[in-house]
Design a protein around this ligand. Structure first.
Ligand SMILES: *[C@@H]1O[C@H](CO)[C@@H](O)[C@H](O)[C@H]1NC(C)=O
Ligand SMILES: *[C@@H]1O[C@H](CO)[C@@H](O)[C@H](O)[C@H]1NC(C)=O
Ligand SMILES: *[C@@H]1O[C@H](CO)[C@@H](O)[C@H](O)[C@H]1NC(C)=O
Ligand SMILES: *[C@@H]1O[C@H](CO)[C@@H](O)[C@H](O)[C@H]1NC(C)=O
Ligand SMILES: *[C@@H]1O[C@H](CO)[C@@H](O)[C@H](O)[C@H]1NC(C)=O
Ligand SMILES: *[C@@H]1O[C@H](CO)[C@@H](O)[C@H](O)[C@H]1NC(C)=O
Ligand SMILES: *[C@@H]1O[C@H](CO)[C@@H](O)[C@H](O)[C@H]1NC(C)=O
Ligand SMILES: *[C@@H]1O[C@H](CO)[C@@H](O)[C@H](O)[C@H]1NC(C)=O
Ligand SMILES: *[C@@H]1O[C@H](CO)[C@@H](O)[C@H](O)[C@H]1NC(C)=O
Ligand SMILES: *[C@@H]1O[C@H](CO)[C@@H](O)[C@H](O)[C@H]1NC(C)=O
Ligand SMILES: *[C@@H]1O[C@H](CO)[C@@H](O)[C@H](O)[C@H]1NC(C)=O
Ligand SMILES: *[C@@H]1O[C@H](CO)[C@@H](O)[C@H](O)[C@H]1NC(C)=O
Length: 821
């Protein structure tokens, strides 16, 4: 922990996560207006009796007339309710939510919102807290090409027939990852539409992109949008939305070329799945109101999967984490048959930082892959120092030596600029350096206060390097700040990041040995020289998966006091560190990536769409599966071991050290798509089970559930851990508990399973029955008796493994706090 200096948390590469903060504006009245999300009593269209379909709850085009009539009725009701409740001129309705939730969003003052709270028919009024956006080589890393892709007819067919709804910053429709290629199947279950506008001309929905809509009423109410970045069209002015869409469903084999260098070919997880775009977040602002409107629309359109790499900035204060408008809308999306994937959050490695809370969505944590981009620098004395690159070699391909100059030794003596680290050591300002000393040289810039406090940027070093025509630069670590975290990023100029203090000292030692100074320390003669090597060629030997530092951790919690919930979060682990994906040359939030059409990014934002694409492959293979069957298959077939065969490790606070990881870091484990399409058994739950789960939460009044969800708690589990999840989590076990599970055979054959148990420390666990034979589509109830033997302070972990005679392996993770015997 000693090394946990500011430098350990600051990411000098500054591009990793995109946060869009809630901006509030004052308007006409004295009181500040905000956006409020309002949930009303009465059925939305999808669950309205007249529009119910006997064979499924999905919405069918044939029922268009009934839908239209009910839609008209709801719109009139929303307007009437506002007109009769609020003062004229005091509000502005932003959206009507009609399909999976009955409600609206409104821009108004706190006193008007209070009036709504007391109005009959109003169930919930919640202030909008704003939302944030939280290769590819990964298909090979996950063994897809020779696995599922081959079984589904190769990359030309993988994911065909499935629509993934991406709710994010829009899409760059001109990108080759989204170019049209012919499809084998027709989409009978999907009906989208294509909105056009700035940078999104007619034809942008080309068949690969099957629908594109944008939701901006919330954004427009909260901020003055900037027409040069906040395009009112589905166009992605940032790049984030295109990046996540390409990870889920980008075309296969698209060449990745950045700054003229070919990095390899990129493919999405389900390269033939279709993409439906719902833009709900803008470079200037993102609101929950727009995101909820997008979810409502995506379900109506008939998407199979929703991928969310955006989410609320923080949990709601006055409701349960499960019962805010966002999670309620995800519950109803799931009720309508849509598989929902969420980024777990980027607030790791602190515990209880997940932002995916509910058991009805799949929260995805992030890990690395075995790919590493290593750069090195060769000193004239023959010494080689490794670092992080992603830029080309200095002139001479790493064999011609260039004068080495410490920035501090090249500072202008007669200049007028502040005497701060950013001017003197951090190469942020060209006017501080003597052009004659740095021209054609390799300059050593020192990580210092500016990088530590996040005000200095690599962008500024590059600008300085270009202005003064450096041959290249080195960013060394500073003993005062400790090792820093470096992410490779494609630079147009030769460069290397040296994140280790020890390595940086070695370079400096060499430099001092060959630099002649006068009695005052001024350099008389620069004698050191170095050559920067190629940094853009990857090696594939690194330990992986390793849970990423930034990835949010469990345990899951039910309220802002962080009372633990009996639900395992995150659910699953997927690659999210240094992922290549499509980009938008506009790059409105990341000037360093302007003009690029691919970007290498890290975040749980990148992990979630991996699971969305894999869910598309599973759905294609097993079209009748419900979302919870898919979620179960993904969890029970995952693994906890890394490529060295060791238990998976995680990055913690300390730089360059790993610790053994737990399910609160990786969920069930690293996703294993080739096994997930044939899991043997699944544990599934449906909408009624989620209600019984909510009704069984401790200290929850049934009326709270009735108010929010409209269900009366006529059935409830004995305890929340009886929800039939593919994991068992008990946050306070006193004495003993008997947890129930039910498995269904989704294989083609009758199979005999034998159970084995690894009890969490402080408990003994008994499984009953310990073996069973199960026929295709048969079900088997299981009892898991957990007794405390030794009280513990914290969670301890174990698992139940069901091994089938036909080689299926089904893992159920156990997480228990044994409180008292
Ligand atoms: C608001 O104005 C409309 C007509 O524009 C009127 O029908 C309604 O009664 C007014 N509502 C209130 C609360 O004053
Ligand atoms: C798809 O639709 C076209 C035109 O309606 C039809 O000719 C074709 O047979 C359909 N293909 C499939 C696989 O249903
Ligand atoms: C709008 O965005 C452009 C491009 O990023 C920027 O140059 C300009 O200053 C912005 N305008 C405002 C009013 O923020
Ligand atoms: C540059 O050097 C590397 C080895 O350092 C070598 O593999 C590569 O082929 C060289 N590139 C060119 C263009 O000579
Ligand atoms: C600073 O010194 C350099 C040469 O050492 C000279 O070219 C430049 O004009 C001087 N600038 C000022 C502002 O005196
Ligand atoms: C960050 O460090 C720079 C470089 O010394 C300094 O100029 C700046 O004032 C610091 N900013 C903050 C917010 O501490
Ligand atoms: C960076 O700055 C620190 C503190 O001033 C110093 O100890 C270290 O030697 C410097 N490193 C380099 C490479 O200049
Ligand atoms: C070193 O600094 C002193 C005091 O500023 C000055 O008198 C002397 O000339 C300087 N020596 C050289 C070699 O510049
Ligand atoms: C609760 O709801 C169920 C089904 O929605 C209904 O059958 C039952 O009568 C309700 N019970 C009460 C007490 O309202
Ligand atoms: C299971 O049966 C289906 C339909 O008969 C067949 O398509 C599939 O290949 C079978 N799967 C296995 C693993 O045998
Ligand atoms: C666990 O506790 C239950 C209920 O108290 C008891 O019936 C059972 O025998 C215990 N099992 C073990 C292995 O201690
Ligand atoms: C269980 O306890 C053993 C021995 O005290 C310890 O080595 C091990 O790490 C513990 N395991 C877990 C999962 O807490």
């Amino acid at each position: 922990m000693a090394k946990m200096s500011a430098a350990c948390i600051v990411l000098p590469s500054l591009f990793i996560f995109i946060f869009i903060f809630f901006v509030s504006t004052t308007c006409c009245s004295q009181e500040e207006r905000s956006i409020y999300l309002v949930l009303l009593r009465g059925d939305p269209i999808a669950f309205h009796e007249d529009s119910q379909n006997e064979d499924s709850s999905r919405i069918h085009v044939s029922r268009k007339a009934l839908i239209k009539a009910h839609e008209k009725h709801l719109l009139a009701y929303h307007d009437m309710l506002l007109q009769t409740t609020l003062e004229n001129g005091s509000y502005n309705k932003l959206h009507s939510f009609k399909y999976i939730i009955n409600g609206f969003s409104v821009h108004t003052t706190p006193s008007q919102a209070k009036k709504l709270r007391g109005t009959p028919g109003v169930k919930l009024v919640e202030k909008d807290r704003g939302v944030k956006m939280m290769t590819t080589y990964t298909p090979e890393f996950l063994h897809l090409p020779k696995g599922i892709w081959a079984q589904e007819g190769g990359e030309e067919n993988a994911g065909d027939g499935i629509v993934i709804g991406v709710i994010d910053s829009g899409i760059n429709p001109h990108h080759p990852s989204f170019a049209y290629q012919s499809f084998k199947s027709n989409l009978s279950h999907f009906s989208g539409a294509c909105e056009t506008g700035p940078n999104f001309p007619p034809g942008s929905c080309n068949g690969k992109i099957v629908s594109a809509k944008y939701f901006s009423a919330g954004a427009e109410a909260m901020a003055t949008l900037n027409a040069s970045v906040d395009f009112l069209s589905p166009f992605d002015a940032d790049g984030h939305g295109s990046h996540v869409a390409s990870i889920a469903a980008g075309n296969a084999g698209v060449p990745v070329v950045v700054n003229g260098f070919f990095y390899g070919r990129a493919s999405g997880m389900a390269p033939r799945a279709r993409i439906a775009v719902y833009k709900a977040i803008y470079p200037s602002v993102g609101t929950l109101a727009d995101v909820v409107a997008a979810i409502d629309q995506a379900v109506l359109d008939g998407v199979d999967i929703i991928s969310l790499s955006v989410g609320p900035n923080e949990p709601t204060e006055d409701t349960l984490t499960f019962l805010n408008m966002f999670d309620i809308s995800l519950l109803f999306a799931r009720k309508a048959g849509v598989f929902v994937v969420q980024a777990a959050g980027n607030k790791g490695p602190t515990s209880s930082t997940v932002v995916s809370f509910s058991p009805w969505s799949v929260g995805v944590a992030a890990c690395n892959t075995n790919r590493r981009y290593r750069a090195s620098i060769l000193l004239l004395n023959g010494q080689i120092v490794d670092g992080v690159g992603l830029s080309g070699p200095s002139f001479g391909n790493g064999t011609v030596f260039h004068k080495l100059v410490l920035a501090k030794d090249a500072v202008k003596t007669n200049g007028t600029f502040p005497n701060t680290p950013e001017y003197i050591e951090e190469c942020q300002h060209p006017e501080a350096l003597d052009p004659t000393k740095v021209f054609g040289s390799v300059i050593i810039c020192n990580f210092s206060e500016g990088f530590s406090n996040g005000t200095s940027t690599l962008d500024a070093i590059i600008a300085t390097a270009k202005a003064l025509r450096f041959e290249g630069f080195i960013l060394t670590a500073n003993p005062n700040y400790g090792d820093y975290i470096a992410e490779p990023i494609p630079f147009a100029i030769s460069s290397i990041l040296i994140p280790s203090v020890a390595d940086s000292k070695a370079i400096l030692k060499y430099y001092e040995e060959w630099t002649k100074r006068d009695e005052n320390g001024t350099v008389k003669e620069f004698g050191a020289a170095a050559a920067i090597g190629e940094g853009r060629v990857a090696s594939f030997k690194g330990r992986s998966p390793v849970v990423s530092r930034f990835s949010s951790r469990g345990p899951d919690f039910i309220d802002t006091k962080r009372s633990p919930a009996d639900v395992l979060k995150p659910d699953i682990l997927a690659p999210g560190h240094q992922i290549w994906g499509a980009w938008s040359p506009n790059s409105a939030l990341q000037p360093m990536l302007t003009g690029h059409s691919f970007a290498l990014l890290s975040g749980t934002s990148m992990a979630a769409p991996h699971v969305a694409g894999i869910a598309a492959l599973i759905k294609q293979h097993n079209p009748s599966w419900t979302p919870s069957m898919i979620a179960s298959a993904i969890s029970t077939t995952s693994t906890k071991y890394d490529n060295l065969g060791d238990p998976m490790m995680a990055e913690g606070f300390e730089v360059n050290t790993l610790h053994p990881s737990t399910p609160f870091e990786y969920g069930a484990g690293i996703v294993n798509p080739n096994r997930a399409i044939r899991p043997g058994l699944v544990l599934s739950s449906d909408y009624e089970d989620f209600i019984s789960f909510l009704c069984s939460l401790p200290n929850i009044d049934a009326s709270t559930i009735t108010t929010a969800i409209g269900e009366n708690c006529s059935s409830s589990f004995d305890y929340p851990s009886n929800l039939n999840l593919p994991s068992v989590t008990i946050s306070a076990l006193k004495g003993s508990i008997c947890v129930k599970r039910s498995v269904m055979n989704v294989g083609n054959n009758t199979e005999t399973y034998l159970g084995s148990v690894l009890s969490p420390n402080g408990t003994t666990v008994n499984l009953n029955p310990t073996w069973f034979t199960i026929s295709p589509l048969g079900t088997q109830d299981l009892e898991i008796q957990i007794n405390v033997t030794q009280p513990m302070e914290d969670f301890s972990f174990g698992e139940i493994v069901l091994t089938g005679s036909l080689d299926h392996i089904v893992r159920i993770t156990l997480s228990v706090v044994p409180v008292s015997a």
